[in-house]
Design a protein around this ligand. Sequence first.
Ligand SMILES: [Zn+2]
Length: 376
Amino acid sequence: MEDAMIINKSAYERGFGAGSVYKSEFVELAHPASYFCRDQARQDLAQYIDDDGLPAVGARLQPDAPFYSFYDAEKNIFVVSKYHGKEEVFVDSVRLCGDFSSRPLKKACIMLRLQRNPTVGDKFASRAGQKGICSQKWAAEDLPFTESGLVPDILFNPHGFPSRMTIAMMIECMAGKAASIHGHVHDATPFRFNEKDTAINYFGRLLEASGYNYYGTERMYSGVDGREMDADIFFGVIHYQRLRHMVSDKWQVRTTGAVDALTGQPVKGRRRGGGVRLGEMERDALASHGAAFLLHDRLFHCSDKTQAVLCSKCGTLLGPMVGKSDSTKDTCRLCGEGHLVSVAIPYIFKFFVTQLACVNINVKINCSEHLSITGC
Ligand SMILES: [Zn+2]
């Protein structure tokens, strides 16, 4: 995969890249006489909700746990609202918003904190904009190590450099390495260096002074068998950031599920349990590979396959009237006869045929009446 990176599993276990995502939930009570509070008769709620009807700061909320409670003045009942998220969260802060009048406050802002530790599929980036997806958490003992025993936190694919030309990231790597050896804080003001007095030379000489290679490379040894590797590997300190694109927000899976009422095809959208679209380009790719059965499966069996009745005499999909019992015979409204066959078609095709009928166009399907089609 393009722009993948490997994270040292031990570094991850030490807390590398750990982060929190903050979510704010705003609650506003509609009726003027409603107010936040907990039903005192419901002692079972006490472990979730305080007397003021709001969760305690620091409380851990599981999905579908009681979240907040209020007295609904319109219906004269206590309402307990549940937490609808799909992940465990912590209550970070609870604020009641309003003015200084004596009326009970009707707007609450509850800030929630989600702990998000790095997982395979999460996105990271350096300050040079070199972003990548973590594709593996690799055990530290199997990662290559330097002569002094250093094991990298991140392994990065150098094919991302030639086309993107992020030289600053390599200079940062050398500068970071030189700074950590010498205990320096480097000045990153632009235009401090020029063609005659280059940054690479400055940091390279600093590295050289501490016994490292001038170009920032190091000899490394295989973590698997301990043998020295043939190549010199660029090794240093780079500032990395965690980006907000995480798999736990994006993963999508569907076997069967909701379908569109009009077309009978699977709905789109992750939140509705929809499918991933197999569009024209994907269709062309499969067709060019000759994967006819796969195409048929995706576009027909897993989509809007329906059993339709066709008049084999006049070829219409709209005319057939199937007899309810033995006494009423099958007839066709268009030709008056009844040689009906059952065919499996995409539902959207029948929809298309009815739409064409609206503009006075009849669709005729050639179908042999001897060949009784009972489905594909
Ligand atoms: Zn007919």
